[in-house]
Ligand binder design. Sequence first.
Ligand code: CO
Ligand code: CO
Ligand code: CO
Length: 327
Amino acid sequence: MQTVLEQLPPVTDPHVLVGTNTGDDCAVYRIDDNLAIIQTVDYFTPVVDDPYDFGAIAAANSLSDIYAMGAEPSFALNVAGFHTRELSLDILVQILKGGADKAAEAGIQIIGGHTIDDKEPKYGLAVTGIIDPAKVITNSGARAGDVLILTKPLGSGIITTAIKRGLAGEAAIARATEVMGTLNKATAEVMVAVGVNACTDVTGYGLLGHLGEMTRASGVGARIHSRAVPVIQAARDLIDTDIDIVPGGSRNNLRYVERFVNFDPGLTAAERLVLADAQTSGGLLISCPAEKADELEASLADAGALVHARIGVMEAEDDTGRIDVEP
Ligand code: CO
Ligand code: CO
Ligand code: CO
């Protein structure tokens, strides 16, 4: 069966440096040899109940695609859906304030946007940046022998689903809000300074889904150590209490990645599901040359990264992008 994108006209504009064919985070459009525009858009329905926090998380998530490619944002536009007859306009103001404050933290401003009438609130940003075309970090540059480093713990999909079902405690909500609201700015700056081979951020397809995009685009295989992957403790507790808390999207992710992921038979269902958990505003997954991994880890720690976990390695060249997951 053809994917949606396969049924659409292929991208043929010669200015396009990064388009739809590699599952990269942003589009990159060449202006001249030294300058390219980098652009992304992302928006979604509320993941937490507090409208200000939702706005901040949505903005951090939208900016993340720019950071994952080693670029810096220049400005952004709001994209919002809101039912003005059913909800107080103050809620929309709070959402937009959360977004504006997060953009300010990123060093940019939101200079326009568009809101439509929509029964379910939605919010995010279209973000534009500029970058030297020679310095774009894609998901297709990973090499066999690279070390894989992750900069945020997993589990936000499990916790946001628990929030929707009224099953998340205050501490779990606070931790997930902190993790999702953290900009990938400082970690991306470190990654650019150290010099790495490939990067993507971890969002809706989960760790294994995004890693699979990277291995396929790069023509390498990967080996992951499940117990080296950091997970928000509250998410572990929730899944250990009741595995049905795992959202449908994460279960679909797991079903999809099983085509190219070999799980060690000793891994539990919970361990597999966490690795496929659909993340909101997740961390950077960086493929770093082995000889630079110590420097990258130390610099990430200095920059205040939430985590700097070595979760595995890239292995021999492999057209299928196969991933082995060990305990
Ligand atoms: Co992304
Ligand atoms: Co995105
Ligand atoms: Co308009």
